[in-house]
Design a protein around this ligand. Structure first.
Ligand code: SAH
Ligand code: SF4
Length: 348
C-alpha cells in the first residue's frame, strides 16, 4: 500500500484501479502514512496557512428539493427568510472591519436574487473594498447568468457535484439533471471563476467505487476548490432517519484530493466540525486549508438549517473570531485573512 501512496504523492495521480485498491485496503498504519503525505503536500503548496472566509447565508428559499437538505422546497417546517440588499452589504461591511477579505454568499436557489440585484450587490462591495474576493454559492444558473455575475466582479463559485454516480445523484435529486450540474461546473471553469466542486460522504448506497468516480471527476475537472463534507440528517427531510456520514472517510477523501490537486483550496467544512468537535483541526492535518466562519445576521442562522446539530455560535463578534484564530494557531497552523486565491489561478 505504501508504494501506491508514494506514487500518489510523487505523481499526483493514480489509476482508478489503484485508487480502489487504496480505499479498500486502508488500515490505521497506511492511513496515517497517507495523511502524512497529504500534510507534506499542503505544506509545499500553502505552508501551514489556513484561510478564513466570511460566510453569509443570503436566503433559505429554494426551488430545488434535494432529499438531504433541510431547506428543500417541500420542507413546510422551514422558516423562510432572505436578506435584503442592504443587510447583505452590511454583513460585508462588518466582515471587512473584522478583517475578512473573502465573502461567500451562499443560499438556496431563490428567484428573488436576479442577476440585476446580485450585480448591484457585487459592484457595491467591490467598489467599497477593492482588495476583497467575492464567492457565490447560489446553485444552478444559466451560463449567461454566471458570465454576467463574473463580469460584475464575482471571483469564485461553489457548486458541489454532490456525487459523480448518476444513479445516486438521481435518487437524491428529484427533477434535477445530472448532466446540467456538470455542465454548470464546466461553464463556471470556462468563464474563468475559481470553481469549487465537491461531494457528500454518506449518501445511500455509496461505496468505494463511487468515491473513485468522485475522485476521477475532480482530477479531470481540476477545480480550484473542493468542498467535501459528511451528510448529516435533518429531521424534516426524507433522509432524516439515515446515519451520519463517516468522519474518517471524509478525512481520507480530503487527503486524497489534496494529493490529486496539490494547489487546491480545501475547506474543513462546518459539517465536519459539527460531527466531531475536533473535526476541523483533523481536516487541517490532512490537507484542508480553508474555513468559513459564519457572518450571517445572528437572528437568521437557526433558519438556515441544512442539517441538524449545526452550531449557532455568535462567531461574527471580534471576540469569537479571536478564539477561532487562536484555536487554529494553537494546533500549529497559521490563520490568515487575506484574499487567499488559488496560487495557480489568474483572472481572465
Ligand atoms: N443551494 C446551493 C448552495 C447551498 S447548499 C447548492 O446546493 O449548491 C450547500 C451545500 O450544502 C450543498 O452543496 C450540500 O452538499 C450541502 N448540504 C445540504 N444538505 C446537507 C446535509 N443534510 N448534510 C450535509 N451537507 C448538506
Ligand atoms: Fe436547495 Fe442547495 Fe438545499 Fe439543494 S442543497 S435544496 S439546491 S439549498
Amino acid at each position: 500500500m505504501k508504494k501506491i501512496i508514494d506514487k500518489l504523492y510523487n505523481e499526483n495521480n493514480l489509476s482508478d484501479k489503484e485508487l480502489l485498491t487504496l480505499l479498500n485496503n486502508l488500515n490505521e498504519e497506511n492511513k496515517n502514512y497517507l495523511f502524512e503525505k497529504s500534510y507534506m503536500t499542503r505544506m509545499k503548496s500553502y505552508g501551514n496557512t489556513v484561510f478564513l472566509r466570511g460566510l453569509i447565508e443570503v436566503s433559505n428559499f429554494c426551488k430545488k428539493d434535494c432529499m438531504y437538505c433541510g431547506i428543500r422546497n417541500s420542507n413546510k417546517n422551514a422558516n423562510r427568510y432572505r436578506l435584503t440588499e442592504e443587510e447583505l452589504i452590511n454583513c460585508c461591511i462588518r466582515g471587512y472591519s473584522l478583517g475578512y477579505r473573502t465573502f461567500v454568499m451562499q443560499g438556496g436557489e431563490d428567484a428573488y436574487f436576479t442577476d440585476e440585484i446580485l450585480c448591484r450587490v457585487i459592484r457595491t462591495i467591490k467598489g467599497k473594498f477593492e482588495d476583497c474576493a467575492i464567492t457565490l454559492s447560489l446553485g444552478e444558473r444559466s451560463r449567461d447568468s454566471y458570465k454576467t455575475l463574473y463580469d460584475a466582479g464575482a471571483d469564485r463559485y461553489l457548486l458541489r457535484h454532490e456525487t459523480a454516480t448518476r444513479e445516486i445523484y438521481e435518487s437524491v435529486h428529484p427533477n434535477m439533471s445530472f448532466e446540467n450540474r456538470r455542465q454548470c461546473l464546466n461553464d463556471l471553469k470556462e468563464i474563468g471563476y475559481q470553481t469549487g466542486a465537491g461531494f457528500l460522504i454518506g449518501l445511500p448506497n455509496q461505496t468505494n467505487e463511487d468515491f473513485v468516480k468522485d475522485l476521477r471527476f475532480i482530477k479531470e475537472l481540476k477545480p480550484e476548490m473542493v468542498g467535501i463534507g459528511p451528510f448529516i440528517p435533518q429531521k424534516d427531510t426524507p433522509m432524516g432517519h439515515l446515519e451520519n456520514g463517516n468522519v474518517e472517510i471524509v478525512l481520507v477523501m480530503l487527503s486524497i484530493v489534496r494529493l490529486l490537486l496539490p494547489e487546491v483550496l480545501l475547506p474543513a467544512t462546518t459539517a465536519l466540525g459539527t460531527l466531531d468537535p475536533e473535526g476541523r483541526e483533523k481536516g487541517f492535518r490532512v490537507g484542508a486549508n480553508v474555513i468559513m466562519p459564519n457572518l450571517s445576521p445572528f437572528e437568521n442562522r437557526k433558519k438556515y438549517s441544512l442539517y441538524d446539530g449545526k452550531k449557532f455560535v455568535q462567531d461574527e463578534s471580534a471576540e469569537e473570531l479571536k478564539n477561532i484564530i487562536k484555536k487554529i494557531d494553537s494546533v500549529g497552523f497559521n490563520a490568515v485573512m487575506n484574499r487567499g486565491d488559488n496560487i495557480i489561478w489568474k483572472r481572465k
